[in-house]
Ligand binder design. Sequence first.
Ligand SMILES: [Zn+2]
Length: 495
Amino acid sequence: MTLLLCLALLAPPAPARPKLVVVITVDQLRPDYLDRWKSQLTGGLFQLVSEGAVFADGYQDHAVTETAPGHSTILSGLWPAHTGIIRNSQGVQDSAATLLGVAGPGASPQRFRGTTLFDWLKSVDPTTRALSVSRKDRGAILPIGRAKEQVYWYQSGLFTTSRYYADSLPLWVRTFNARRLPFKAANATWALLLPDSAYKEDDNEPWENGGRDVLFPHRLPADSVSAAGVIAGTPMLDSLTLLFALDGLEALRLGRKGTDILAVSLSSTDAVGHAYGPDSREIHDQVLRLDRYLAWFLKRVVDRVGKDNVVVVLTADHGVTSFPERTRAKTGAQAYRVSVDTIVTAVNRDLDRLAGAGASRAWLSFETGMLLRAVQGVGRVDRVADLARADTASDPVARRWIHQLAPDAGVVLVITLQPGSVWAVENSPIAMHGQPSDDDAHVPIIFWGRGVKRGVYRGRANTVDIAPTLGRLLGVTPLSLIDGRVLTDALAPRN
Ligand SMILES: [Zn+2]
């Protein structure tokens, strides 16, 4: 008894946790942007890169590099193979979880499996709360898994949530919506932030934005309802999302008692990147504006909860591949848009041929995959059953497919396109992501703030490592088996 008491007295007090974890996911942010325009970054991106723990070889290390699978990895510590969120089209759609106060697709985390950092925190601190916001339902929902917290996304000019989370919108959300800021963007102009000479990119490339509205300045429609839709393709929606997040921070008094989570997913980089591509003047300006918005946002957060109480993570859900048309024109490389129809036609042709030769169910044989390789733009075809034998250290494509697919996913063959090639989207000649390529998988992973050891760290780090690293920093442990590991380089010694 006495001995136990002594030990209890000698044990150091549990370190107080930071009071606010801010998780910023920039949709489609390639890390090379931060190098390419480094001298022009003076705001939040500059602050995080220069003062934070920067993992230069960060990856969303799975195959289908889309928004929903990417967001599902960030605070769960799990690959898409284990979160169950393996593509956008099987992400958060849920017709039973209708939206509040506005028409739009219902959404919930019903397909998400596993737990997240929020659940781990909540298990030791029942007062923990989370606010997660995005332009996109999947960007808001997936970072906190199945938790029924404050989760809001943008639909037709308003921030809303679904009936999975609530039956009515709180006053602060209704008050924000009542300002009708997106509708007031009618006739607004997106002009270059810096003088023309600061941008080396050609503003007039034929593959941009389907050939329409390719030159600065870009003007929003005069009609307010149209403007509230089109604004999603401009930097302005990022500033709106951050403003909304700050209103929530204030209204919910996050970061004042226990440790709370504020997750913000910013989608304008994705919209601008799809329309104008990763080599455009538009994406350059978008990243500069994001940098300035984040400076303002981080300052407001730090002013409110105190620098010693905040830890910030910045990452992305995926990168992006240049327009194949641009790659062909500029480098001569064989980069294509590959249509799923072309693949299906090729399979059917093979089936006919093989069936004619007396083969049955030949489409499940590996020969089909070999024949598919003849389709222009197809790089390789793997039989899922063979992936387990691949050398995952030297074969990132095999590794990323293993991280993508649960063994019981029922997938037999997987097709990976040649570098620079993308899946075609019908009637939409946009820049694309979704491949297990470095262009699409390489993302920034940056920690900043309380408990973080500044530096640039080499060696592969993955987005599944973010949650266990934050967990270690916060002194909480995962509630279930996870795939990620603690990035100890990022942590100051006292952790
Ligand atoms: Zn996208």
